[in-house]
Write a protein that binds this ligand. Structure first.
Ligand SMILES: Nc1ncnc2c1ncn2[C@@H]1O[C@H](COP(=O)(O)OP(=O)(O)OP(=O)(O)O)[C@@H](O)[C@H]1O
Length: 335
């Protein structure tokens, strides 16, 4: 269990982490998200006793890191995969870690096999690729079989096989009862890996919720309707209560339904009306439907919505403009 209470870190005038209070429970993978500079690494460093909080506290199983007897047996972490003496072999690096925390030496060979580095155990860590270094960092985190694990960008540099392996590893650690906190900028990966998401921006908590709830709250699902006579459907939607939005469709590939564009008739994307209700309205309005397909928002869309105002190091526009469809045909707030 990880407990944060009013956790705050200032560097001079800059507030890197601003009053975070959270409980991260065993048996769950918590994804830790936020734009560059949001304070994720600083939070992890404070949990691990590498940075001293300006105010508040970070506890592991009820105790600050400094009060843990053999820390590697309580908490394992991958923060910076390159922070290994380059002249030491992978095995020597892990053996030194094990010795300082009363972890049996045989565990070193076990974890090296587990992370796929058994064959290169005697090679200098300085000769490792980024992906191999990440695997060595993960081996170090697993060494003491801790109940709390922190991973900062663990899939950075890993090949697709490695990414899948990390996802399964996180899931199995949580299934065995560990508290797992993992930061990542890969939204699709987080959507697949995490049970719960904590999103921060400029050091402050923006959201703390199960993945599905966070997506549903931040980015509404939509329904695409394709057919003949959609003007009549749009008129029928004018009488619906609540905010309803009617847009031209985005890229056809992002929809789950069959058919796609090009089958004849018009297309609209409706937000704010259940698919069943839309079907009824279309039927009553005499619309010939060729397609009525739901589209669930992605974590990436929800994340953009949540963090839009907190991005400090944003990029300028690049590449072709978004399809014109999202500009919107009509929006109204319900009566
Ligand atoms: N040692 C330090 N001295 C001064 N400022 C720091 C220090 N460490 C972090 N910061 C600042 O604190 C803020 C939070 O940084 P942090 O590295 O925690 O963000 P992050 O969410 O991990 O970002 P990223 O996604 O880019 O890794 C940033 O503005 C950063 O410049």
């Amino acid at each position: 269990m990880i407990t944060l209470r009013d956790l705050t870190k200032r560097y001079g005038d800059r507030v890197a982490v601003d009053g975070l209070s959270l409980d991260l429970r065993p048996g769950q993978v918590t994804g830790f998200l936020g734009p560059n500079g949001a304070g994720k690494s600083t939070t992890m460093r404070m949990i691990l006793g590498l940075d001293r909080p300006t105010r508040g506290q970070a506890l592991i199983d009820g105790r600050p890191y400094a009060a843990l007897d053999r820390p590697l047996r309580c908490v394992g972490a991958l923060l910076d995969a390159r922070a290994v003496h380059p002249g030491r072999s992978a095995r020597a690096h892990l053996r030194a870690m094990a010795a300082s925390n009363a972890v049996p030496a045989r565990r070193v060979d076990q974890v090296l096999e587990e992370v796929g580095l058994g064959a290169v155990a005697r090679r200098r860590a300085g000769s490792f690729s980024l992906g191999m270094s990440q695997r060595l960092g993960i081996a170090g985190a697993l060494l003491g079989e801790p109940g709390v694990l922190l991973f900062d960008e663990p899939v950075n540099g890993l090949d697709p096989d490695g990414v899948l392996w990390v996802r399964r590893l996180m899931r199995s650690l949580a299934a065995d009862g560990a508290t797992v906190l993992v930061s990542s900028h890969l939204m699709s990966e987080m959507q697949l890996t995490a049970d719960r998401l904590v999103v921060i921006g400029r050091g402050r908590l923006l959201a703390d919720a199960p993945v599905a709830d966070l997506i549903a709250a931040a980015a509404p699902s939509t329904v695409r309707a394709r057919g003949i006579g959609l003007d009549r459907l749009r008129r029928a939607l004018d009488a619906e209560p609540g905010p309803v939005r009617v847009d031209l469709p985005g890229p056809a590939a992002s929809f789950t339904g069959h058919g796609g564009a090009g089958g004849g008739g018009d297309e609209v994307v409706v937000t704010g009306v259940a698919i069943e209700r839309l079907g009824e309205l279309a039927h009553r309005a005499g619309v010939v439907l060729h397609e009525l397909s739901p589209r669930r928002a992605s974590l990436e869309e929800a994340y953009m919505e949540l963090t839009g105002a907190s991005v400090e190091y944003g990029s300028g526009p690049a590449g072709p403009a978004e399809p014109a469809g999202r500009a919107g045909l009509g929006e109204r707030s319900g009566a």
